[in-house]
Design a protein around this ligand. Structure first.
Ligand code: ADP
Ligand code: MG
Length: 349
């Protein structure tokens, strides 16, 4: 299988997250019985996985194959992908996987009232995020693109095909790794694996508990880069997904920092005072979608979203260093700096 070079770029962020997991959970080496491991580049990041128990290696080989299959379908840059064809305005007969991720993503776009919007790609292009040829587009250019940023224009037809209106382009970048982590966890379960830790560049999926029955300890990266990680969250059977401005950004000639998380309502990088958002929940795609969407909303609206919807927990790191966690994390989040102030948000407004 020929891999697109775009996907072979090493993601330092992804690597860092995995090393943090290893640092805090001791996943390298300290295995109980047989275990398997996998390490590969896919979806523009490095993926690192360890599965414990008999059949672990075989199961991870299947996971790796599955993730390359998903990448071949969802990549916006691979000229053979379904997403690429759709973005050319062609009528595409959707595979089950693409139809499924589209369905789930469109529901999440609606749930977040468009803070997540999978049609943001023309804007990503204008800023050069799709090519790493970064530039600051002027406001007329952005205004001309905004009418095409509207997920409600994406309407897969009941016959299983998708034809995008002219000018509309989709990008699964905010949800593909989360979706892949869900299918990976499912595949591991089908193979009888009940203890595994999967790191898909910023998307961690903790399958079951550690082999000794204790919780996984997942490090949350310090977005300022001043320290390795800002804290540790203890989980089992949960997705832990972080989105942050530090993952991909450039500094414009004007000295301003522009990052890859875009507010779809303005076409500009989302500047809401946050530097990262971590979401913890059962579903990888939900956590991936919400880590992006709640970053766009900013802490106040994000906390209201949490109060209105529930079903997940969150850690917000503000640019001034403040840490806000939702109440369900009270006993499972430990800041690295024990003197740090951690604000615990409750369901009361
Ligand atoms: P990462 O891919 O770095 O883990 P995210 O999950 O936050 O981070 O996804 C960011 C990617 O999603 C961007 O690179 C871009 O392709 C796309 N994107 C950026 N802003 C949005 C948005 N508001 N809604 C949907 N997709 C977005
Ligand atoms: Mg995301």
């Amino acid at each position: 299988m020929k891999r697109n070079p775009v996907f072979l770029r090493l993601s330092a962020a992804g690597l860092a997250v995995f090393m943090l997991i290893c640092a805090v959970s001791g996943c390298s080496g300290a295995s109980a019985g047989q275990s398997g491991s996998a390490s590969f580049f896919a979806m523009d990041t490095i993926m690192e996985m360890t599965a414990y128990g008999e059949g672990g290696q075989d199961a991870l080989d299947q996971v790796e194959h599955l993730i390359f299959t998903l990448e071949d379908l969802f990549s916006a840059t691979d000229q053979n992908s379904e997403v690429y064809a759709a973005n050319q305005g062609l009528k595409v007969a959707l595979s089950d996987y693409t139809a499924d991720i589209l369905d789930q993503s469109l529901a999440l776009c609606a749930l977040t009232n468009g803070a997540l919007d999978i049609t943001v790609r023309p804007i990503m292009d204008a800023w050069g995020f799709t090519t790493s040829d970064y530039r600051v587009p002027d406001s007329t250019e952005i205004d001309a693109l905004l009418p095409f940023v509207d997920y409600s224009l994406v309407t897969p037809s009941p016959d299983g095909t998708l034809t995008l209106p002219a000018g509309v382009q989709i990008d699964m970048g905010a949800v593909a790794k989360g979706y892949a982590s869900d299918l990976a966890a499912q595949l591991l379960a089908e193979n009888g694996i009940n203890s595994a830790i999967l790191s898909l560049g910023g998307n961690v999926m903790a399958v079951g508990a550690k082999p000794d029955g204790s919780n996984w300890r997942v490090g949350i990266k310090d977005p300022s880069g001043n320290t390795d990680y800002i804290g540790v969250v203890e989980v089992n059977n949960k997705a832990v997904v972080t989105s942050g401005g530090y993952e991909r950004y450039f500094t414009g000639d004007d000295g301003q920092v522009y990052w890859h998380i875009i507010d779809p309502s303005t076409g500009y990088p989302a500047k809401t005072g946050l530097s990262s958002v971590t979401i913890i929940g059962d579903s990888g795609i939900l956590c991936d979608a919400l880590s992006t969407a709640l970053f766009v909303m900013g802490a106040d609206d994000a906390l209201d979203f949490w109060r209105d919807n529930g079903g997940f927990e969150a850690i917000f790191i503000a640019e001034d260093g403040e840490i806000i966690i939702t109440s369900g994390l009270k006993d499972v989040f430990t800041p690295s700096d024990t003197s740090a102030t951690v604000t615990v948000a409750s369901y009361d407004r």
